[in-house]
Design a protein around this ligand. Structure first.
Ligand code: ADP
Ligand code: MG
Length: 227
């Protein structure tokens, strides 16, 4: 078993009422191996975010099967899924999605609070881990800043630290450089590649050809992956 993500015949149908249905995914197949860096490209509305949300268990497929690390997600309870998500998945978004009332430090500490039982570190370990993650992205001098005092690139580096603080099996990034200039984009891509080299699988949705270097590119169109 080398794949961390295996999606078979994934369908996602949104029911819009009055008999109108939107098929965001139409029998999509995807397999991602441990340690890969995969880029997903495709036109707006082709189903990229829907796919990422399903892989991250933020949403469920209408039909089809998703296996994470060899485990069928359809047979797992909602409670277990929340646990799997907290332990295994890091999310990075185009709009950063930092909590505005929390400091940089508190934002990065946050995912560790969602761990349960013996996996949840105590306060001092949480602070230590958050600092280590922020050091990796070069933000130790911003610990007590609120997000609105940071540049876009800094915000995304906080989001990267937050995504990796629980040492997830994989990171899902939905257009992580979509709001950033060219130079900042390069910096963020370097950070992501360095995390990938340490063994974390990365699946990234992107529009920017500059960001797909040294990744495996999958093209999605009308809810399926083009071969
Ligand atoms: N919550 C939703 N309700 C209804 N339709 C949706 C919803 N989310 C996405 N869609 C539709 O599904 C299709 C794929 O959307 P999305 O996955 O966001 O595409 P992309 O990320 O590639 O731009 C689009 O037609 C979109 O309008
Ligand atoms: Mg999208």
């Amino acid at each position: 078993m080398t794949n961390v993500v295996l999606g078979k015949d994934l369908w996602k149908t949104y029911n819009m009422g009055e008999g109108i249905e939107v098929n965001a995914l139409r029998g999509l197949n995807i397999s991602v191996d441990k340690g890969e860096f995969v880029s997903i490209m495709g036109p707006s509305g082709s189903g990229k975010s829907t796919l990422l949300n399903i892989i991250g268990c933020l949403d469920t497929p209408t039909k089809g099967e998703l296996c994470l690390d060899g485990q069928k997600t359809s047979t797992i309870s909602e409670h277990e899924l929340t646990k799997i998500r907290a332990e295994n998945v890091g999310f990075i978004f185009q709009t950063f999605n930092l909590l505005p009332a929390l400091t940089v430090m508190e934002n990065v500490e946050f995912p560790m609070r969602n761990l349960s039982g013996s996996k949840k570190p105590n306060k001092s370990t949480r602070i230590q881990n958050a600092k280590a993650a922020l050091e990796e992205v070069g933000l130790l001098d911003r610990l007590n800043h609120l997000p609105n005092k940071l540049s876009g690139g800094e915000k995304q580096r906080v989001a990267i630290a937050r995504a990796m603080v629980n040492h997830p099996k994989f990171i899902l990034a939905d257009e992580p450089t979509g709001n950033l200039d060219t130079e900042t984009t390069q910096n963020i891509m370097e950070q992501l590649h360095s995390i990938n080299k340490e063994g974390t699988t990365i699946i990234m949705v992107t529009h920017d050809k500059e960001t797909i270097k040294n990744t495996r590119v999958l093209k999605i169109r009308d809810g399926v992956i083009e071969t």
